[in-house]
Design a protein around this ligand. Structure first.
Ligand SMILES: Nc1ncnc2c1ncn2[C@@H]1O[C@H](COP(=O)(O)OP(=O)(O)OP(=O)(O)O)[C@@H](O)[C@H]1O
Ligand SMILES: [Mg+2]
Length: 261
């Protein structure tokens, strides 16, 4: 299947996915297509189900109905064992970096390799040092995580997500909590990471519209459990939909709808 926005093939696809917690319907017949080899942003107000969508992609949550495909594989038809294998194809950059404070920078990035591969220590070392250099942390490998700034932590988190060469890179709010300069640097790093590996699929959950306009190939906006608008950043910018205009201009001044969490 081809994504109409970018013209690229589908990497991840939701077909009519519904998920409720008790009587609270979070995803409502959601259709979503994430193209391969591009950067897609999933945006939307707090509580609209962005993180829940990410958990479905990772197979950490299962829908009540509908189907989800990763590449050609239907993950909603998989057993736990197959799901675990599929999860190995993903790298995840967590909102708060989720580093191990007891380990230094090097050991944090090396951790997934040491856990999951039988690579020699020399190979691990060269891979980790290469990655640290690529995220601008050359020479920081023996720093304690607790000494790092927020921006450095996010970069360590990105290096760790990349260490096993994932096909899909998922970011949950990669720039939240960073000052505008560090946020722009992180955007640049996300873009360089994508350019270095053209077959990579990047999916970014964000509230940060300036990031969307800087680096997105495609944007999809969630509301009431479904995609209300999708397009290129340019198309989003030109949208006359009041919800989109409000989100883009950042003027979230209206009353917050309780159903939005
Ligand atoms: N395990 C759960 N059990 C019950 N309700 C849940 C669960 N996970 C999420 N929800 C609810 O689903 C809704 C969507 O949550 P989600 O975390 O996906 O929002 P979000 O769009 O990521 O918001 P934010 O921008 O604040 O991170 C919220 O109302 C939340 O309370
Ligand atoms: Mg969230």
């Amino acid at each position: 299947m081809i994504d109409v926005v970018t013209g690229f093939a589908a990497a991840i696809r939701f077909e009519g996915v519904t998920k409720a917690f008790g009587s609270h319907v979070v995803l409502r017949n959601l259709d979503l297509l994430v193209p391969r080899g591009a950067i897609t942003f999933l945006i939307g107000r707090s509580g609209t189900g962005k993180s829940v969508t990410l958990k479905h992609i990772m197979g950490l949550m299962r829908p009540d109905s509908g189907r989800i495909f990763v590449g050609d594989d239907e993950i909603t038809a998989m057993r736990e064992r197959e799901l675990r294998a599929t999860r190995n194809r993903f790298g995840m950059v967590f909102q708060h970096a989720a580093l191990f404070d007891s380990m230094d920078v090097f050991d944090n990035v090396a951790f997934p390799l040491r856990e999951h591969s039988r690579d020699s220590e020399a190979k691990v070392r060269s891979r980790v040092l290469d990655l640290l250099a690529s995220v601008g942390l050359k020479g920081a490998e023996r720093r304690a995580v607790s000494e790092l700034s927020g921006g450095m932590r996010k970069r360590v988190g990105l290096a760790r997500a990349l260490v096993r060469e994932p096909e899909f890179l998922l970011y949950d709010e990669p720039t939240t909590g960073l000052d505008p300069v560090l946020a722009a640097a992180m955007d640049q790093l996300i873009l360089e990471t994508q350019r270095r590996k053209p077959a990579l699929t990047s999916l970014i959950i964000s509230h940060d519209m300036s990031a969307v306009f800087r680096i997105a190939d495609k944007v999809a906006m969630l509301r009431d459990g479904a995609v209300v608008v999708e397009g290129t950043p340019q198309q989003i910018r030109e949208s006359s939909d009041p919800l989109v205009v409000q989100f883009v201009s950042g003027s979230l001044l209206g009353p917050i709808d309780a159903s939005q969490g």
